[in-house]
Design a protein around this ligand. Structure first.
Ligand code: HEC
Length: 163
């Protein structure tokens, strides 16, 4: 007798559908790319990071593994294999979210971070999205910084490399 060939693909399709539904906890998909749109550039500055981002969100979800204070290693109490430049408790353009807001957002949006424990709530995700867009906007401004408007304080005297 001929086995019913359509049974297997259909079943696994249904199963895969069920699995992905439960794996994402029914949260709607989010855009994995930043727009770089920001209505308030003070959100790209350190006080906002310290008070509104680090304390309420990153400290609870990320710093367990992504911390400047953790030694190299894979075990509990170490970095657990996180890259040395991926620290989320420091405000520094060479590190963490301020280094690569786009990669940080990608890993939040595709929900590969945090890899275990409590997932970010939608309000936390929204807060990080808004913040990372402002960090991105500030970086975009710096890169293409050839305007000399009044609020542009990227003055020549903070860079003596050319002298
Ligand atoms: C349980 C430990 C753990 C927690 C908690 C955690 N991460 Fe990670 N993260 C890792 C490890 C390990 C890697 C390296 C492997 C990888 O890229 O998946 C990583 C990699 C990353 C990367 C890629 C870095 C790069 O430049 O390649 C980003 C971005 C990131 N994490 C963001 C976050 C954010 C944001 C949070 C909090 C919302 C978070 N992680 C929470 C363990 C963790």
């Amino acid at each position: 007798m001929q086995p019913n060939r359509s049974a297997t693909p259909l079943n696994s399709l249904l199963l895969a559908g069920l699995f992905s539904l439960s794996a994402s906890s029914c949260l709607p998909p989010i855009d994995t790319q930043l727009t770089g749109e920001c209505s308030d550039l003070t959100k790209a500055e350190e006080p906002y990071f310290q008070n509104s981002i680090l304390d309420p969100v990153l400290d609870q979800h990320c710093v367990l593994c992504h911390s400047v204070d953790l030694p190299e290693g894979e075990n509990l109490g170490t970095r657990r294999g996180t890259p040395p430049y991926a620290n989320y408790n420091i405000f520094n353009s060479d590190n963490g979210a301020t280094r690569r807001p786009d990669i940080t957002w990608l890993r939040i949006a595709d929900r590969t971070m945090p890899p275990m424990g409590r997932q970010l709530r939608p309000d936390e995700t929204d807060l990080l999205y808004e913040w990372l867009n402002c960090v991105q906007a500030a970086q975009d401004q710096e890169v293409g910084d050839d305007d000399d408007s009044a609020d542009d304080d990227d003055s020549a005297d903070d860079d003596d490399s050319a002298r």
